[in-house]
Design a protein around this ligand. Structure first.
Ligand code: CMC
Length: 392
C-alpha cells in the first residue's frame, strides 16, 4: 500500500526502543547501560558485564557471587545430549553444531508457555552458561578427545579454557594474561544494539517462540561472513597473505574490484563511520598481550600493515571503511590457541548475554508487537491460471 516506504536492510528505521546499548557511529562511541566500552573492557569482567546487560545495573559483591554460583551450577548439559555430538560428520563447522545443540536444549529443558520471572532469569543463566559447555564439547569431539566437564572450582573463562584444552592425560596451565584477554574479548562482543543477529533474536522472540530456539536463531545469523563469521575470515586472509609473502595489496585490489564479490574482511561497518572503538581496544590489547608474553605473531604485523595500506587508499577513505571489531580479535584468539573455525563460536559466547537482554527487554515491553515488516511488491500483476496444455 502507498504508505509503505522502502528501507533496505532497515538502515534508517528504528525497529524498537531500547535502553541497553548506545552507539554514536560518527564519534565511535559505544556504551552498555551508559558505561563506556573502554572502561568496562579495562576494569570489568565478562560475567559482571553480562549481569549489567541483563539487569541494567552492575552487581554488588553479593549479587555477583550469586550470579557466578548460579552460572557454575547451570553449566552441565543433559548427559544424553553427549550422544548428539557423535552424530555430526567429521569436519562439521562448530557454528552448525552450536546452533543445533542450543535449539535442542529446548527438548531437554521444556518450558511452560508462560514464564514466571524466576524461570525466565534461570533460563537466561542456563543459556549463558551452557553455550560455553556446548562450544568446548564440540571442539573436543572434533579433535577426538574425551569431553572435559565444567568444574565448580573454576570461574567462567577459566572453566571454558579448561574444558577446551585440558585432558585426562594433560593438565592445561591457565595463563592469567590469556584468561584476561579472552575475558576482554567477550566483554567487547557482549552487545551491539540492533545488529543482524540481535534483530533475528528479537524477530524470532516476537512470535513468542521458545527461548532456546530464539537463541539458536541469533547464532545462525551471526554465522555469516558479513557478521560474526568475519573474524574467521580475517585470520584466513592474513594466513594467506603470510603464506604468499606479500603485503596484502592483492586482497585490497580484489576488495575494490566491483566485478568481484570479495570484500576486505574486518573492514567497514553499518554504523561506525570513523572508527570502531572495539577495534581500537583490541589492537592495543594485542600489543600488550604479545609484549607481555614475549611472543610475536607475524599475522599481527601483516594486519597493521594492511590497515595502513587500506587507510591511505581513496577507495576505503571515501567510503569511510575502517577496521571493525573482527579485524584484530582473531589474533587474541590465536594467541590463546583457539582454532580458527571456533572464532565465531567465541563471538556467540560473548553475544549471548546481549541477545538475551534484548529478548527480555522485548518481552517486558509495554506491548509486544510481532515483527512483521512490509514490502514493496515488484512481481507480476494479476493474471489468470492456465491449464498445462495452454502454457508456452
Ligand atoms: N571491502 C571493500 N568494500 C567494502 C567493504 C569492504 N570490507 N565494506 C563495504 N564496502 C563498500 C561496498 O562495496 C560499497 O561500495 P559502493 O558504494 O561502491 O557500492 C560501500 O563500501 C558501502 O558498503 P555497504 O555494503 O552499503 O555497507 P553496509 O553498511 O551495508 O555493510 C558491512 C557493512 C559490515 C556488511 C560491510 O562493510 C562488510 O561486508 N564488511 C566486511 C565484512 C565484515 O568485516 N563484517 C564484520 C562487521 S563488524 C562486526 C560483526 O558484525 O561481526
Amino acid at each position: 500500500s502507498s504508505y509503505v516506504t522502502l528501507d533496505e536492510g532497515y538502515g534508517n528505521t528504528a525497529s524498537c526502543e531500547s535502553a541497553i546499548t548506545y552507539i554514536d557511529g560518527e564519534k565511535g562511541v559505544l556504551r552498555y547501560r551508559g558505561y563506556p566500552i573502554e572502561e568496562l573492557a579495562e576494569n570489568s569482567r565478562f560475567i559482571e558485564v553480562a549481569y549489567l546487560l541483563l539487569n541494567g545495573e552492575l552487581p554488588n559483591s553479593r549479587q555477583l557471587l550469586e550470579f557466578s554460583t548460579n552460572l557454575n551450577e547451570s553449566s552441565i548439559i543433559h548427559e544424553d545430549m553427549h550422544h548428539f555430538f557423535n552424530g555430526f560428520p567429521r569436519g562439521s563447522h562448530p557454528m552448525g553444531i552450536l546452533a543445533t545443540m542450543v535449539a535442542s536444549l529446548s527438548t531437554f529443558y521444556p518450558l511452560p508457555d508462560r514464564l514466571d520471572s524466576a524461570t525466565e532469569m534461570q533460563v537466561v543463566i542456563n543459556l549463558v552458561s551452557q553455550v560455553r559447555t556446548i562450544a568446548a564439547f564440540s571442539y573436543k569431539k572434533s579433535i577426538g578427545e574425551p569431553l572435559i566437564y565444567p568444574s565448580y572450582k573454576l570461574k567462567y573463562v577459566r572453566n571454558f579454557l579448561n574444558m577446551m584444552f585440558s585432558s585426562p592425560v594433560r593438565d592445561y596451565q591457565l595463563d592469567d594474561d590469556i584468561v584476561r584477554a579472552i575475558d576482554m574479548f567477550l566483554i567487547l562482543h557482549a552487545d551491539h544494539e540492533q545488529n543482524c543477529s540481535t534483530s533475528s533474536v528479537r524477530t524470532a522472540g516476537s512470535s513468542m517462540a521458545n527461548v532456546y530456539a530464539v537463541a539458536s536463531a541469533g547464532i545462525s545469523s551471526l554465522w555469516g561472513p558479513r557478521h560474526g563469521g568475519a573474524n574467521q575470515q580475517v585470520i584466513q586472509m592474513l594466513e594467506q597473505i603470510h603464506a604468499a609473502g606479500g603485503d596484502g595489496t592483492e586482497f585490497i585490489n580484489q576488495a575494490k574490484d566491483k566485478n568481484s564479490t570479495s570484500r576486505l574482511m574486518g573492514f567497514g561497518h553499518r554504523v561506525y563511520k570513523n572508527f570502531d572503538p572495539r577495534a581500537m581496544v583490541l589492537k592495543k590489547q594485542c600489543d600488550k598481550l604479545f609484549s607481555k608474553m614475549g611472543v610475536s605473531d607475524p599475522l599481527f604485523d601483516i594486519a597493521k600493515k594492511l590497515e595502513e595500506i587500506a587507510l591511505s587508499d581513496d577507495y576505503f577513505i571515501s567510503r569511510k571503511l575502517y577496521p571493525n571489531v573482527d579485524f584484530y580479535s582473531g589474533l587474541i584468539l590465536r594467541a590463546a590457541g583457539i582454532p580458527t573455525n571456533m572464532f565465531t563460536v567465541l563471538f556467540a559466547i560473548g553475544r549471548m548475554p546481549g541477545w538475551l537482554a534484548h529478548w527480555r527487554e522485548m518481552l517486558h515491553g509495554e506491548q509486544v508487537v510481532i515483527t512483521r515488516p512490509r514490502q514493496i511488491y515488484v512481481g507480476e500483476p494479476l493474471r489468470h491460471y492456465q491449464n498445462i496444455e495452454q502454457r508456452p
